[in-house]
Design a protein around this ligand. Sequence first.
Ligand code: KG4
Ligand code: ZN
Length: 329
Amino acid sequence: MKDILTLGIESSCDETSVAVVKNGREVLSNVINSQIKIHEKFGGVVPEIASRNHIEAISSVTKKALEEAKISFDDIDNIACTYGPGLVGALLVGVSYAKGLSYALQKPLTGTNHIEGHIAANYITHKELKPPFLCLIISGGHTHLVHIKDYDKFEILGKTRDDAIGEAFDKVARVIGLGYPGGPKVDKLAKEGKPTIELPKTHMEGLDFSFSGVKTAIINLHHKNPDINKADLCASFEKYVTDILLENTLRASEQLGIKTIALAGGVSANSYIRENFLKLQERGYQIYYPTPILCTDNAAMIASAGYYRYIAGVTSQLDLNAVPNLKIS
Ligand code: KG4
Ligand code: ZN
């Protein structure tokens, strides 16, 4: 069978990324231009600044992605771009660019869901992974527990009712003065602490999550006692969220009789969460997670998800628009 080369384009938040992926699984290039340094001084992503930086970066990032893959535009079979969810102005840059390329090169366009991209990051890291499996997508914008029935069939089993888990990590880090982005900083400091601080548990119905209560509890604890041991606070917060993630995932696994579990999204780079999910292997579970570079936003995962849409016959027309609150199909 002929190889299929997908050009992936990602611009939903603060990373401008373009990648070339062969047959949905083999990364030929994955160029990521991060704006973290630009947004750091504002303590979070400023949407308009993100859009402006995507516009500046996208052409040179694409050129580099083709050079690294050692191919030309002619070699591409299809173009996959993130069209949601994300920041509308940021998404529009990638969508418009992809549409321009598709029209000029006369190549098929595949609008791709960013969350499905995070799931597909596991296909790149684990060549043997195939649906069905359970996927826990934990990122700065999303907390979803999803049943992956097939490459293009998903059922959301649970999601956050308030803050995304990554938002909670970032907020906790900001409050205790660790800076932005907070996830990796909390991860590092927690290693020096012990989970000795009791945090109030929020009870949720079904398989949904809630992280605003624990976030507020940590803010209050820190305000009441600014000398509180920050490492212990980080370790306690990590234990709290990991217990909830494990509890819901294991319940879903039992309900569906599926013991293959994949983690995805920026927060799945967290070492405490990984360690504790990996322990499930001793109990007969198969645990997967992407390599760290594929956990956070990147275009290789979009090219992989786009490839599976493309071979399923799903392509987009040139009226494709950005959909900031796009749901998993
Ligand atoms: O997947 P991602 O790059 O963007 C979204 O689609 O949202 O995730 C970014 C989030 C941020 O909240 C960041 O703090 C968090 O992932 N993150 C981490 C770690 N590395 C990144 N959270 C906890 N521990 C980490 N090691
Ligand atoms: Zn993401």
